[in-house]
Design a protein around this ligand. Structure first.
Ligand code: DGY
Length: 330
């Protein structure tokens, strides 16, 4: 009989009950199925008691969070984006950082495209119009009139896996695909998604629909602000499924209000879960509560991958999606 105590881990947000039960077979789990987000002090205390943790974007893992975490070996993010991690602080504390790439690519690209369609074709606004009893005012000219996607130009900023997924979907709509990315794709990758690399300025100037899919970093803060919006067509739509902070939400709300931009579709916001009140007042913006990866199958796959990362790190193996690779010397 194994008399060894089970290693202690933290599951900082609610996860699927079966996934939790499976973890409990091998670990003593400090779970948070009530899903009350920890304060920084609570998180620091929780991390001081465990060897591994599963977290999401709501948990900021920085030097302060790690200050008492003497036995912590791994923090597994249930998310592909990891701007909630201070990776250098984690590395210098010897804490492996992992994320969940690949398993959400298609689901997130589907959502990006859905948000683009909803925004350009004013689907949410039209539904509100119908619910408000305006259908009897239907007319050739008086419906909420949208912008076409087919045969228009889509400009994608950030051409990683999800950006390429959106480009491939756009091809099916006969769209011209242009992109801007810090590093250019290989010729084969460009061909696979029919995309042409252009400067950011050219993209903003010529795209009918601009889709943001780049990771959040200090350098990418306010990639789209008043100056960039001024370069865009007043008939253009802007879609942000990347991260809050990539867009200056105040400048965006002002531009939308003043008719300098046709419409915006936003899944992410500065200061989530709060949304800037100016955005809430506008009808030409479609708002979603950070749900790009939210299908049952994909959220389960994300949790499973995060668990696989955590288990590997605690078993002395290389986690499949280790971010700070220098910590694995085995
Ligand atoms: C991610 O994985 O980064 C998504 O934004 C979470 O839904």
């Amino acid at each position: 009989m194994n008399t060894q105590p089970k290693p202690k881990i933290l599951v900082a947000r609610a996860i699927f009950p079966e996934a939790l039960a499976k973890l409990e077979e091998s670990f003593e789990v400090r779970s948070n199925q009530a899903d009350q987000i920890f304060t920084p002090a609570e998180l620091q205390k929780e991390l001081s008691m465990v060897v591994g943790a599963l977290v999401a974007g709501s948990e900021r893992i920085d030097a302060n969070a790690l200050a008492l975490a003497k036995n912590l070996k791994v923090v597994a993010n249930i998310s592909v984006g990891y701007n909630n991690f201070d990776v250098p602080a984690m590395t210098s504390s010897g804490v492996m950082a992992t994320n969940t790439p690949d398993v959400l690519t298609d689901t997130t690209a589907d959502f990006g495209f859905a948000l683009l369609m909803a925004t350009a074709r004013r689907i949410a606004e039209s539904e509100h119009w119908l619910r408000a009893g305006h259908w009897d005012k239907w007319s050739i000219v008086n419906n909420p009139l949208g912008m076409d996607l087919h045969h228009s130009t889509i400009g994608i900023i950030g051409m990683g896996r999800i950006g390429q997924g959106i480009a491939k979907r756009a091809l099916g709509f006969g769209m011209k695909v242009i992109y801007y990315n810090r590093s250019r794709l290989s010729e084969t990758e460009e061909k696979a998604c029919g995309a042409t690399h252009v400067s950011k300025e050219e993209l903003l100037r010529t795209a009918d629909h601009v889709v943001l899919v780049l990771p959040y970093t200090a350098n990418n803060h306010h990639t789209i602000g008043a100056k960039e919006i001024a370069h865009m067509k007043p008939t253009a739509t802007l879609i942000n499924i990347a991260r809050g902070g990539i867009v200056d939400d105040v400048a965006l709300a002002k531009a939308l209000k003043e008719g300098k931009l046709f419409a915006a579709g936003l899944d992410v916001f500065e200061g989530e879960p709060n949304v800037h009140p100016d955005l809430l007042k506008l009808s030409n913006v479609v708002l979603a509560p950070h749900i790009a990866s939210a299908t049952e199958k994909t959220r389960r796959a994300m949790v499973d991958l995060a668990v696989e990362n955590l288990r590997a790190a605690l078993d002395g193996k290389k986690p499949p999606s280790l971010i700070n690779q220098e910590l694995f010397t085995g």
